[in-house]
Design a protein around this ligand. Structure first.
Ligand code: NAD
Ligand code: MLT
Length: 327
């Protein structure tokens, strides 16, 4: 299939390499990140393609207004800000770059898990405020703890292997003492699609959620936000887990029920949360942000130089391949 793509609008902050690749291949690329909703509806008429990151809401209205629109590209994984049904109905292709930021998102997940365990954010805050609070900032090792990974796709798998490395490093230092194996950080997980034989290859013991809840010290979610995963971590789950279980969400806001999380933190059922994503972004007056047991970042999973260069280049190449019939 060849898509005649002459002119592409880039309406979010995307690395320059995107424009360079498109231009080099004869596709005119116009970057305009300042368009209001109304201006976008007017502007889109002149373009064959649209490339976005997260800020632009590609609604049915935008897709309908794009009378020449043939393809919408997302320089990232989730396509939550694109009305895919409306695009499909109008025969407009939707393409994403699902692999380009996986490593960055996995690295942030591990960073948040460790930061939460060692009170890095609270330590920084108290020092900034001129306080030296060593007693109140006692942490815990992740060594010997069990992490439950829900969703063992691209990011979940990378998190698993990285967190195992914390155990393996200790093991190597101790000259491979087999007695230590049982106390390494254990990775267990659940994914309805990825078979147990596959997860075993990257060291994850697959099990049902019900089996997993009472075993885990940490839960990290790496699924899409779909009806089956909305509020997956809820009041009932916190009751079934060990007291003080900690949760990490670097996937999508709403997979962990935010109200249930607040209740669990206040009741001591949850010992801490690390959140990169929120139901409402930016979160307006969310009590979670101010909670002393919450470490948070403003959706930074993909915000690395490497990931942004990769996704920008990948989405541009996808457009080039479509226009030359290679895709
Ligand atoms: P992926 O598609 O590779 O993996 C998702 C996995 O979830 C799949 O293996 C799927 O089978 C599994 N899954 C689906 N429903 C499930 C359920 N009910 N229970 C358990 N598992 C289920 O996706 P990915 O690239 O690993 O991305 C994971 C999430 O991270 C997505 O929500 C994505 O949007 C998000 N993400 C966030 C950032 C960020 O900046 N924070 C960056 C990249 C991706
Ligand atoms: C994604 O879906 O790729 C992430 O949420 C990161 C981003 O915002 O680009």
């Amino acid at each position: 299939m060849t898509l005649p793509l002459k002119k592409v609008l880039i309406s979010d902050e995307i690395d320059q390499v995107c424009i360079d690749v498109l231009t080099k291949n004869g596709i005119e690329a116009v970057k305009n990140t300042k368009l209001s909703k109304e201006a976008l509806l007017e502007e889109i008429k002149a373009y064959d393609g649209l490339i976005v990151r997260s800020a632009t809401q590609v609604t049915a209205e935008v897709i309908t207004a794009g009378s020449n629109l043939k393809v919408i590209g997302r320089a990232g994984t989730g396509v939550d800000n694109i009305d895919c049904k409306a695009a499909e109905a109008k025969g407009v292709l939707v393409r994403n770059t699902p692999t380009g930021n996986s490593i960055s998102a996995a690295e942030l997940t591990c960073t948040l898990l460790l930061s939460m365990s060692r009170n890095i954010a609270n330590g920084t805050q108290t020092l900034r405020e001129g306080r030296w609070e060593r007693k109140n900032l006692m942490g815990n090792e992740v060594y010997g703890k069990t992490i439950g990974i829900i969703g063992l796709g691209r990011i979940g798998k990378e998190v698993a292997t990285r967190m195992q490395a914390f155990g393996m490093k200790v093991r190597l230092c101790c000259c491979v003492d087999s007695k230590l194996t049982g106390s390494l950080l254990q990775t267990i997980g659940f994914d309805p699609v990825i078979p147990a034989s596959v997860t075993a290859e990257f060291g994850v013991k697959s099990m049902s959620l019900e089996e997993m809840w009472p075993q885990v010290d940490y839960i990290t979610v790496h699924t899409p936000l779909i009806p089956q995963t909305k509020n997956l971590i809820n009041d009932d789950v916190f009751r079934k887990c060990k007291k003080g279980v900690r949760v990490i969400n670097c996937a999508r806001g709403g997979i962990i029920d935010e109200e249930a999380l607040l209740r669990a933190l206040d009741a001591g059922l949850c010992g801490g949360a690390a959140l990169d994503v929120f139901c409402e972004e930016p979160p307006k007056a969310s009590p979670l942000i101010k909670h002393p047991l919450v470490t948070s970042t403003p959706h930074l999973g993909a915000s690395t130089v490497e990931a942004q260069t990769r996704v920008a280049e990948e989405i541009a190449q996808i457009f080039v391949d479509l226009s030359t019939g290679k895709s």
